[in-house]
Design a protein. Structure first.
Length: 384
């Protein structure tokens, strides 16, 4: 039986299930708490079956999950109660890429990854889209661009009725008012990367060095919270969060340690909390792509690692468990294997689907190809 490990960029937890869009191919899955085999729920319509990283962020509203596209053509929604997948197109001609999705008052604000993608506002109840045509115009006017310089949305948080955004490779902090749709920008004395909001302040990791900055929104003032010298051994920090007055830092790359930072007068105290699991067996440079907060628990989501690592901040304990395709789909893999004459043990699902479907390019096309023997066999197996 083939064991295919699943990687994903974001997830949403509801009751005892974790829902996610697979990053290595087209597929919606859910994983029951305490189990390692994820249940396949369906294909995302209008997208190629072998497309990687269709989505990047997940937002929930009134029992529906909204999947923001990263290399996709629109927004997919999944009704948790009805178990129904739907699609809202954003661009029929090419994929659109958003680096973040912020929910506010029934709307999703989609932060574009690059200037080719517009700043988009999606009304969840009306299922309508509004494009802010002035967003990139304002961004370009906020600083001088070098020839060939890449710019794009990076971090984003909602605070005090506004979305604060960092822009890749710049020292600009954008403030987008969700009521007036007005944009303000401020140049900072450092290059902010990821962003976190807590108690009226913004906290940044930085692109230019491994330090942590704090920005008071009301006073519009910055201060260095953790110096580069304190983090010299750990290298650049990917992201951070605050829990019960303590700052927790998540390093880039393999992320083999979580750093717990506390402040005693003028002294900065740092404690390393080692992460176990894939770090001990995988040689990949990046084990985790993202993390998901659940109160005192932090779930590290696998990028090249084989498992989720759950870290309890309060109890300081760790749990790890692999995430695999439901073994019920082994029959599908075997059929694809046999049809293409592949060697036993090859578990590249992307290669399987590409070869078996040949000229069939989307999930919808599988059902339409029902009169063809292969298309019908695949569809029958998938639907059980």
């Amino acid at each position: 039986m083939l064991n295919v490990n699943l990687n994903f960029d974001d997830a949403y937890v509801k009751d005892e299930y974790l829902y996610f869009s697979a990053s290595d191919f087209n597929g919606l899955f859910r994983l029951k708490k305490g189990e390692s085999h994820a249940e396949w729920l369906g294909w995302f319509q209008k997208e190629p079956l072998w497309q990687k990283r269709i989505h990047y962020k997940i937002v929930e509203q009134d029992g529906r999950l909204f999947f923001s596209p990263f290399f996709g053509h629109g927004i997919h929604t999944y009704d948790l109660k009805k178990q129904d997948l739907k699609f809202y197109p954003l661009d029929d001609t090419k994929p659109v890429s958003f680096s973040n999705a912020i929910k506010s008052e029934g709307k999703i604000y989609l932060i574009p990854l690059n200037p080719q993608t517009p700043f988009t506002i999606y009304d969840m109840s009306k299922e309508r889209v509004r494009i802010d045509e002035h967003f990139w115009e304002h961004v370009r006017g906020s600083f001088a661009l070098d020839e060939g310089q890449f710019i794009g949305g990076f971090g984003a948080v909602l605070a005090h009725g506004a979305i604060y955004m960092t822009i890749v490779n710049t020292n600009v902090l954008l403030c987008y008012d969700v009521d007036s749709h007005k944009i303000r920008s401020k140049k900072l004395p450092y290059y902010p990367e990821s962003i976190y909001h807590f108690n009226g302040c913004l906290y940044f990791t930085t692109l230019d060095s491994a330090r942590i900055m704090k920005y008071d929104i009301k006073k519009e003032q910055s201060e260095e919270l953790v110096s580069a010298s304190c983090l010299e051994e750990e290298g650049p920090i990917k992201s951070l969060f605050i829990y019960q007055g303590k700052l927790f830092l998540l390093p880039k790359g393999r992320c083999e340690n979580v750093l717990e930072v506390s402040f005693d007068r003028d002294r900065t105290k740092m404690r390393k909390i080692p992460l176990t699991g894939s770090a001990g067996i995988s040689q990949e440079p990046d084990l985790y792509k993202n993390y998901l907060r659940q109160g005192a628990r932090v779930l590290f989501l696998p990028k090249f690692g084989k498992e989720i690592t759950a870290f309890n901040v309060r109890e300081k304990n760790l749990e790890t468990y692999e995430v695999k395709c439901d073994p019920a789909h082994a029959e599908l893999y075997s059929l694809l294997q046999k049809y293409n004459g592949m060697e036993q043990g090859n578990d590249d699902l992307e290669a399987y689907v590409k070869l078996i479907l040949r000229d069939v390019h989307s999930a919808d096309a599988i059902e339409k190809s029902g009169n063809e023997n292969i298309g019908r066999k695949i569809w029958d197996i998938i639907r059980g």
